[in-house]
Ligand binder design. Structure first.
Ligand code: GUN
Length: 306
């Protein structure tokens, strides 16, 4: 049976519609949620991500501000900027797009964001709340993974979940969310022995390592659900030929654009082996933005006590 494709765009649209309706309800009471997105410098990937976040705000009726300090900004200047946003009443959510330039102490900046306005869920206060299962903003990409599973009718309780990648942004919070849904969770990383064998135990396999097509067929139990968090832009013709051979649409796109997106999971292997999987693009990515809207709405509600 061909694998089921889990369409992230469709689920994103459902969630955005729900948020839009709730924003309208708040508007009737004179409340408009507001998000400030801080993007330092001109990293092209960050530029696209933040632009899409702003577009989503416009779609659902959330006020947004796009703040773009120069690449040479200092930690002190960013701390001042964040402090100002912490105190502004029309701003409910603050997002500092990562990565930050090397001269900036990113941990210090993230710590300065008021936990009440931390719509990324990166502040240690909120990380602690997540671990101890208290209500808190949940990091957007892991929150999106859970939405994909739930809204696709894929059960989590009792299942073996294996996460490849232990980042603070995805791997670790995803592990706690899946644990809270009563999965049996394993986190794998660069030092894990027999990685394919461990991954092959998964009913739910999450790939979040940032290496194109790293998860190949031998990592995937036949019939497993595979969630691919990776977004890797390939520009090397030889690499594209090797990863995308037999995938005419990807090859065509590469010929037309000079680059093509692939996830952390091998696109052909996953289609052949998994029971269900998220494609790249159009899988997990769209959910990250949808969950940011959910978190901003929620922050506005909490802070304005509605
Ligand atoms: N960089 C990559 N992913 C994210 C994210 O979810 N939030 C922020 N702020 N930066 C990121």
């Amino acid at each position: 049976m061909p694998a089921r494709i889990l369409n992230g765009n469709r689920i994103r649209d459902q969630i955005l519609l729900e948020v839009e309706n709730e924003v309208e309800t708040l508007a009737a009471r004179g409340i408009r949620p507001g998000l400030a997105a801080v993007r330092v410098g001109d990293d092209p990937a960050s530029e696209i991500y933040v632009r899409n976040k702003i577009k989503a705000c416009e779609k659902v009726g959330i006020h947004s501000e796009h703040i773009t300090p120069p690449a040479a900004v200092t930690t002190g200047e960013l701390l001042e900027l964040v402090d100002d946003l912490n105190h502004r009443d029309e701003i409910d959510g603050i997002l500092v797009q990562l990565p930050l330039p090397d001269q900036v102490d990113a941990a210090k900046v993230l710590l300065a964001v008021s936990p009440q306005k931390d719509v990324d869920g990166f502040h240690p206060f909120n990380v602690g709340a997540l671990v101890t299962k208290r209500p808190s903003p949940i990091p957007c990409t892991p929150a999106g993974l859970i939405q994909i599973l739930k809204r696709s009718g894929i059960s989590i309780a009792g299942k073996r979940a294996v996460i490849v990648g232990r980042s603070d942004i995805v791997g670790k919070p995803a592990a706690f969310l899946l644990l809270h849904e009563n999965a049996t969770v394993t986190i794998c990383h660069s030092k894990t022995e027999n990685l394919p064998a461990v991954a092959r135990e998964a009913d739910i396999l999450v790939a979040a390592i940032g290496r194109p097509a790293f998860v190949t067929g031998d990592f995937i139990k036949p019939g497993a659900t595979v969630l691919d968090v990776g977004i890797n832009s390939l520009t090397d013709a030889e690499q594209v030929e090797s990863i995308c051979s037999g995938l005419p649409k990807k090859l065509e796109r590469f010929r037309a654009k000079g680059s093509v997106l692939v996830g952390d999971v091998h696109p052909k292997d996953v289609a052949e082996t998994a029971g269900a999987y998220t494609p790249v693009p159009g899988g997990v990515g769209p959910l990250t933005i949808a969950m940011l809207m959910v978190n901003t709405l929620q922050a506005a509600r909490q802070r304005r006590a509605t």
